[in-house]
Each structure stands twice: as C-alpha cells, then as structure tokens.
Design a binder for this molecule. Structure first.
Ligand SMILES: Cc1cc2nc3c(=O)[nH]c(=O)nc-3n(C[C@H](O)[C@H](O)[C@H](O)COP(=O)(O)OP(=O)(O)OC[C@H]3O[C@@H](n4cnc5c(N)ncnc54)[C@H](O)[C@@H]3O)c2cc1C
Length: 452
C-alpha cells in the first residue's frame, strides 16, 4: 500500500533516457520507481530491450557536459575505466560531404565509450541513489486516470517474474521512456484522446558493427574516423577507439544499402567505402566481436506539444518522444538535454506533469531534430517537404564542409554546432559565412580532400 504522504514518480523504461529522467526526479519526489521489462545486467552486457547497444554510440560535447553535471565525476570515472577522450578534429579523421575537414585541435573533447560501458555506468550511479527503486521484468501496460481521463494518476504494470498479474502503481507523475516502441499514442487513444501528429522521415539506415584490436600504428596516432553517407554516396562508416584498447567499427548503409554481418563481407564493404582509412586500419586487425546488424527505417517525432488536449501527470522523453537517424549520434545527448530541462523546471518550482513541460521537452529536442531532418532531406531520395530555407541551408552546409577542408576554424565552428555547444545560427555569423562564401567563389586550396 502506498503512503499517501510521500510523492511518487514512475519512470517506464530503464535505459538511458529513463535513467537520466529518474536521476533528476530524485530532486523532487520521495520515491522514484523505474519500471523495466528486461532483467538489467550487473555489468556492461547486451540485453534484449536495447538492440542498438552493440553499435557505435557517440556522445556530443553538450551531452557529455550535462552528464558530468548530473553525475559529478562522470568524465574522470570513465577515463579511469580506460575510456579514451578524443578531440573531435585533432584526433579524428572527419569526412563530411566528401571533404576531409582540416585537422586541428578543436577543444571539443568527448569520451569514446562503448554504449554498454556508458549505460552500465549510468545505471550504477542511478540505482545507487537513495530514492530509487527498480522493478525489473516488469512491463508498463498503460495508464490509470481520473474518471474524466484528464489526469494520469498511475501506471498499469505486469511483473513477469511474479506470475504476470496486472497491478497499478499510483503516481503523481508518470514518464514514458520506453523508446521507439512507445505505446503512449495508443494508450492515449484508448482514453479518448486524439492521436498526436507525428513527423517521419524514411531513411532506411542499416548498421553492421564489429569490435577489433588494431595494431598500434594502424591510424598513425588518430583515434577515430567518421565518413557518413552523403547525397549520391549511400555507404559510410565510423571507427573509434573505445575502452579496453579496442576499436569499434560501424559500417553504414542508407536508403537501401546494407552492410553485411559476416566477417568477410564486412571487410569487403569497408573496402567499398569512398574513404579508405577504415579498410586500411582493418588490414592487420584482429576481430574480437561481431559483426552484428541492426536496421533503422524511419526517424520519428511525436508532436505531443501540438495536442489540443493532453493529460496532466504524464511526460514522454527520449526515443519515445523523438528517435533520430542514428548516423548523427544525437539520441543520448538529446535525452541529457531533456533531463536538464526537467531539472530546470524543478528548480524554478514548476509542477512537472503539465503540457507546458511537455512543450519544453519538445523544444529541447527540436534543434537536433531540425539538424538531422535537414541533413536527411539533402538526400533527394528521402521523401519530405523541402522549402527554400531547407534548400539554402543544405547548400550552405555543403559549402562550409568544402571550405573546412582548408580552414580548421570552419570545421571547429561546424563541429561545435553538431556537438550542441553553439546554436545553429552561429554558422551564419560573418566569421564563418564570409570565408565560406569566399571559398565558394575562389575554389579549394587543397587538392585531395578525400584521402585517408
Ligand atoms: C543503431 C543505433 C545507433 C545509435 N547511435 C547513437 C549514437 O551514436 N549516439 C547517440 O547519442 N544515440 C545513438 N542512438 C540512439 C540511442 O540509442 C537512444 O537515443 C538512447 O538509447 C536513448 O533511448 P531511450 O532510453 O529513450 O530508449 P531505449 O534505449 O530504446 O530504451 C527503452 C527501454 O525501455 C524498455 N521498455 C520498452 N518497453 C517497455 C515497457 N512496456 N515496459 C517497461 N520497459 C519497457 C526497454 O527494455 C529499454 O530498456 C542510436 C540508436 C540506434 C538504433
């Protein structure tokens, strides 16, 4: 029986977005219950509910800064676990739109952990907090509401470990962090709410990932290679040093291209990439794990912010709110921005379970969505509305990447925006736009942008 003098929040989903939300909720609620369908592993191990956890996962600069705030010692602890810190332009070969960005120290230093290591660390930190309770092998089935359905007052759950009987967890706030497979649109429909609008972009992305041991000199001192797909070239790849002196290599296909999940096919596909660095690095490498493949058909954002009616007592975060084309590496950092938004609302003394907080969460998501959607719509095969602003934006960014092959301040400016450290508008200030336009008129200084 619940003690009605204590406030309670229920977070459905115990992956990254759920853990971050739960961490923030401990600042206000007496009890924070995390409802998770899987048994959560005691260490950095794969589990069914997060099929993407064996693929490369980058955190961007702003995401990392928020994680370090929410979990003091985050960077130091992971570094002590052997996670490399990589300067995004100084120690990485970054190829964008067919141009290798000129190398220089950018000051944007990010941890390069495997997803398993990162989630394991966050889980340990959150589960050690005094107000947190984890209910494993427990599935959220829906919400309970007041008779007029205007307020969510609990979550319906079933615990498979306890014979699968339905139960109700009463709560002052319920947060859906169940990822892309979220059922909230249907659960709201069952309560008589209209379906939220959704934005979708069909990108048909496939990832194949393997973990390798590389010879010491394989990348001549560099620690990462990024060569995403681009308009006209739908194959790409990314390689990064991770903890345990290993390298994670993800091969990417977009719009129907699909990297193989056999070791031979993996290496062959690496050789087919426009940028040779990854295949060269694999020449004398030892395969440790994989390859494993995952498909990601569409980017998807639910517009709870636009619903004319939305119940109180409910919020949606993480991939359940918006799931992005993974090639831009944004999901975890957006979940961190959303947690930061919740914390900000709490510190202003606001009640969390309102549609205005849902709107604030969506606003925290929108820059990343717009950037990813803009980059996806630069591919003519991706169906979607392209207005003049979008076309001009794509063409400007392509010119910026070309100019950044010669000028590292431009590459740094772009990467700071991609890292969510600076707003997108900063790319249009004169210090950036003048050299970009001058370069477009003059043409490239360096001859071979694609090499290595
Ligand atoms: C291939 C791929 C690569 C990616 N690469 C990157 C990257 O480089 N950088 C980055 O920042 N992001 C990346 N992402 C996105 C990132 O994985 C997610 O944004 C991140 O995991 C946060 O997601 P989440 O916690 O909202 O949902 P998820 O991680 O999907 O977790 C959902 C959780 O809810 C649980 N669950 C589901 N249904 C129920 C239920 N009914 N009841 C109880 N529990 C339930 C699941 O078991 C799971 O634990 C990538 C995604 C994919 C698919």
């Amino acid at each position: 029986m619940r003690d009605s003098r204590r406030t309670r929040a229920v977070v459905c989903g115990g992956s990254v977005a759920g853990l971050l939300a739960a961490r923030v909720l401990t600042e206000r609620y007496d009890d924070v219950l995390i409802v998770e369908r899987d048994v959560l592993p005691a260490g950095p191990s794969h589990r069914r509910g997060v099929p993407q956890d064996r693929h490369i996962h980058g955190i961007v600069g702003r995401g990392q800064a928020i994680l370090d705030e929410l979990f003091p010692g985050f960077v130091a602890d992971l570094t002590a676990r052997g996670v490399p810190v990589i300067d995004q332009l100084g120690q990485a070969r970054v190829h964008l739109n067919g141009h290798r960005l000129r190398r220089a120290r950018s000051g944007i230093e990010v941890l390069s952990a495997s997803r398993l290591c990162l989630e394991d660390y966050l889980r340990q930190r959150v589960l050690a907090l005094p107000r947190i309770t984890l209910l494993e092998e427990t599935s959220a089935l829906g919400f309970t509401t007041t008779p007029d359905h205007r307020a969510v007052i609990g979550a319906r759950i079933t615990r498979s470990g306890l014979g699968g009987k339905d139960e109700v967890l009463q709560a002052d706030l319920v947060i859906d962090a169940t990822g892309r497979g979220t059922r909230t649109p249907y659960w709201l429909a069952d309560l008589g709410y209209p379906s939220p609008e959704s934005d979708t972009l069909t990108v048909n992305v496939a990832y194949s990932t393997a973990v390798w041991r590389l010879p010491d000199d394989a990348l001549a001192g560099d620690r990462a290679v990024i060569a995403g797909p681009r308009p006209g070239v739908h194959r790409g790849g990314a390689l990064a040093a991770i903890e345990g002196d290993r390298y994670i290599v993800t091969l990417i296909g977009m719009l129907g291209e699909s990297p193989p999940d056999s070791p031979d096919g993996f290496v062959e596909y690496a050789h087919s990439l426009e940028v040779p660095s990854i295949a060269e690095a694999l020449a004398d490498a030892v395969l440790l794990e994989g390859p494993v493949r995952t498909r990601f058909p569409t980017s998807l954002r639910h517009r709870y912010d636009r619903m004319r009616r939305f119940p109180t007592g409910l919020l949606v975060v993480g991939d359940a709110l918006a799931s992005f084309n993974p090639i831009y590496g944004q999901g975890i950092s957006v979940a961190a921005l959303q947690a930061h938004t919740l914390q900000d609302q709490l510190r202003r003394g606001r009640a969390l379970g309102t549609q205005s907080v849902m709107r604030a969460l969506t606003r925290a998501t929108n820059n990343a969505w717009d950037a990813a959607a803009g980059a996806d719509l630069a591919f003519p095969e991706v169906a979607g509305q392209r207005d003049l602003k979008q076309r001009l934006g794509s063409s400007y960014v392509a010119r910026l990447h070309a100019a950044a092959a010669d000028d590292s301040t431009l590459g740094t400016a772009f990467l700071r925006v991609a890292a969510m450290l600076d707003p997108p508008q900063s790319l249009f200030r004169p210090a950036v736009s003048v050299p970009v336009l001058a370069h477009a008129l003059r043409g490239p200084r360096s001859r071979d942008h694609r090499s290595r």
